[in-house]
Design a binder for this molecule. Structure first.
Ligand code: ZN
Length: 385
């Protein structure tokens, strides 16, 4: 197996507090590391770097773990820039536009869905994302959702069944029948290609009781649980996620103190998606409040055509720092190890010996440049198995 040594790293972020400077970022300066095709083998001082089959000189470059984007809706057709323009002109977001993407996605060919999904994965990757979670949720039929998880599974092992995105128009007068379909035939069709199930538990989507019934059936089918919660109101999604032991509850834009306390006492990660607040012109949640209470926070792009058509994790990090009270280090941690925890993965999001060799070499001497030079292309090289 070919080994590679990366030398002259100006600042190496391992996210392993046992390494380097003892901070949560596990920083080493003037460092080196050795990887093979799959794993990190060694991390240490540049002066101690062993020889290897190949040598990469990272002079003047910081090295970080690849970003873990734990929340995307990448498989869709069409676009909704007109809604963005309307919101910027003052129109509020109410979740109603999802139906437009459902119509466009149902009409799209398999080839179109594959091509556009691939382009979005490549765009994320160009910005340093080495693991991406991908949700279904834009067909809302048994065959259609099965098609979306199939396409998603070609790009990721972290596939999420989101049949409970919204109630489609044809079930408006019979919500119970749709909830039954999602937890029955649709779940059965999608579970083989999915690792996770998610429910949009919010105003205009699914109630706590509807969400609970679907998630319990998904858990029985062997899937891990995720929840879209408290984006549009104080709607009980966070409490439900904690009650069910979900890996993550995502958005958390409207949370009361009891929700924060429940999250802090649980293993459920709060995943914040500032691209959505940016794109809907909504108030940002306070990451500071969650962090100070002891909640584990992740950052993700929420890449979707309606409310966050964002494929640049650096922009998400910059928004979190500028608008949500996170330090630069906290935001980078949340977009790497935080995302890994939200996916219950211990092999990614950090660069301890034994971790996956998902290594991003930045065209910058410090990782802080990711936020400092917001929107800039800073990825010099990605090493990924
Ligand atoms: Zn989402």
């Amino acid at each position: 197996m070919t080994s590679r040594v990366i030398i002259n790293i100006s600042e190496l972020t391992t996210n392993d507090a046992a390494l380097g400077d003892g901070s949560p970022m596990g920083r080493l300066f003037n460092a080196a590391m050795v990887i093979d095709e799959h794993h990190v083998l060694w991390v240490g001082a540049n002066a101690d770097a062993p020889s290897a089959d190949e040598r990469i000189d990272a002079r003047d470059s910081a090295v970080i773990p690849g970003f873990v984007d734990s929340h995307t809706h990448l498989v869709f057709a069409g676009e909704r820039s007109d809604e963005f323009e309307a919101r910027m002109a003052g129109e509020p977001y109410d979740g109603g536009g999802i139906a437009r993407t459902v119509a466009a996605t149902r009409a799209a060919s398999n080839e179109d869905l594959r091509t556009t999904t691939q382009r979005r994965v490549e765009a994320l990757r160009a910005g340093g994302v080495t693991t991406v979670e991908i949700k279904s949720g834009y067909e809302l039929t048994v065959e259609g959702e099965a098609r979306l998880v199939e396409v998603a599974s070609e790009w990721s092992d972290e596939v999420t069944f989101l049949g409970a995105h919204v109630v489609p128009a044809e079930f408006t007068n019979d919500r119970d029948a749709y909830v039954e379909l999602v937890g029955g035939a649709m779940l059965a069709a999608c579970a083989p290609k999915s690792r996770w199930a998610d429910v949009f538990c919010d105003v205009g989507a699914f109630s706590v009781d509807e969400a609970r019934s679907i998630l319990l059936r998904a858990r029985d089918a062997g899937l891990g649980l995720r929840v879209h919660g408290n984006q549009l109101g104080d709607t009980g999604g966070v409490a439900l996620a904690v009650e069910l032991g979900a890996a993550s509850v995502d958005h958390c834009s409207h949370v009361k103190d009891a929700d924060v306390e429940a999250l802090a006492a649980s293993s459920t990660v709060a995943t914040l998606l500032p691209g959505a607040e940016f794109s809907t012109k909504s108030p940002y949640p306070s990451a500071r409040r969650l962090l100070d209470a002891g909640v584990t926070v992740a950052l993700a792009t929420d890449c979707n055509p309606g409310t966050s058509y964002v494929t640049n994790m650096g922009v998400v990090i910059a928004l979190a720092v500028r608008e949500m009270g996170m330090s630069v280090d906290e935001a980078i941690w949340a977009a790497t190890l935080g995302g890994a925890l939200a996916l219950e993965r211990d092999d990614i999001g950090h660069l301890s010996p034994g971790a996956r060799a998902h290594v991003v070499i930045l065209d910058a001497p410090r990782s802080a440049h990711v936020a400092y030079r917001v929107g800039s292309a800073l990825v010099r090289q990605i090493l990924h198995d």
